[in-house]
Design a protein around this ligand. Structure first.
Ligand code: ADP
Ligand code: MG
Length: 310
């Protein structure tokens, strides 16, 4: 019988301000709020994946409610919703009803990945934030653009930046040591770079695979990290593009079918090797971000950039 266990991200989620990596000024601000029993009615925590947004939101909620809420989804003074919950207007109305229930106690609603909410739902949420004074909202999200101006102008906004590579390498080595995984600093650094310093992906996708390996981790144990990188592929495609658009595209498709290529990373890497048609590269990046097909956009980018080369 397999015992139930927490995922590594939960096991290694920082639980207080001392253990989370965060710029000093943000920590000082939170401590000052806490000492003065003050929390903004709406705190919006923005930043790239794996920078500690959810962890920070939970730490703040735990501090202000005076108990560890990290495993709580719903209690009389705390509600936690993540992106898998409904995010439309009915959801926002339900929150509004909750906020209207009279209460003398502080209540906190944590809307994790709130950038998934519809704009109608944000409209209702804005009114809820404005019209109540006992429910405090903590919102997190990667995508700044998804939040309406009305919400942003009513929120205190913390922006978390990518974590320092050295710190994350240290953390990876510490987690590995605790889990009896022997790993050299070089391999740890390569892993951190491959995963774009996203600690959540490092734990979920990499460390989980290495658990119970009872010898030192070799490069071949993490071969995907050493496989063709977006940077190397971008250079190869650029060279082939000088011959033809099809040759470059074929290379891209071949490689993408063999290894996991992140199209956005590829396009950004392409920018560093190509000095022509920058507006096409920019257009390609923005369209992929909007949800257009990466293959079609990269093909169009190759075609237009090649046009500029002639
Ligand atoms: N600022 C940080 N300080 C310490 N650990 C972090 C930090 N950011 C991320 N982590 C690690 O990565 C995991 C995921 O963090 P999380 O708060 O879920 O990130 P986000 O919500 O920004 O995607 C955590 O369990 C923790 O191990
Ligand atoms: Mg999160």
């Amino acid at each position: 019988m397999t015992p139930i266990r927490k995922p590594l991200v939960e096991e290694y989620r920082p639980k207080n301000l001392n253990t989370i990596l965060l710029p000093r000024d943000l920590k000082d601000t939170i401590r000052r709020w806490y000492e003065n029993h003050h929390l903004p009615l709406c705190l919006l925590i923005l930043g790239p994946p794996g920078t500690g947004k959810t962890s920070l939101a939970k730490i703040i909620a735990s501090m202000f409610l005076g108990r560890d809420i990290s495993d709580t989804i719903e209690s009389s003074d705390f509600l936690f919703y993540n992106a898998s919950n409904e995010r439309g207007i009915n959801f926002a109305r339900m929150l509004d009803e909750y906020a209207k229930v009279p209460s003398k106690r502080m209540r906190i609603v944590l809307l994790d990945e709130a950038d998934q909410m519809t704009s109608e739902a944000m409209g209702v949420l804005r009114a809820t934030i404005e019209q109540n004074n006992s429910v405090f909202f903590i919102l997190t999200g990667n995508n700044d653009q998804a939040f309406t101006d009305a919400i942003k102008s009513r929120a205190t906004i913390f922006v978390l930046n990518s974590l320092p590579v050295d710190e994350v390498v240290k953390k990876v080595l510490a987690v590995c040591a605790e889990k009896n995984i022997k790993m050299s600093e070089n391999i740890a650094r390569k892993i951190v770079e491959y995963y774009d310093v996203d600690m959540r992906r490092i734990l979920n996708d990499c460390i989980e695979r290495l658990l119970f390996l009872d010898r030192e981790v070799k490069e071949s144990d993490v071969e995907w990290v050493y496989a063709t990188t977006e940077e190397a592929l971008a250079r190869e495609c650029y060279d082939l593009l000088k011959d033809s658009h099809f040759a470059a595209m074929k290379k891209y498709l071949d490689q993408a079918s063999k290894t996991k290529i992140d199209p956005l990373k590829f396009v950004r890497a392409f920018l560093t090797v190509c000095d022509k048609g920058l507006k096409y590269i920019a257009k390609c990046e923005s369209r992929i971000k909007q949800g257009c097909s990466p293959v079609v956009q990269i093909s169009a980018m190759f075609y237009s950039v090649r046009g500029e080369m002639k």
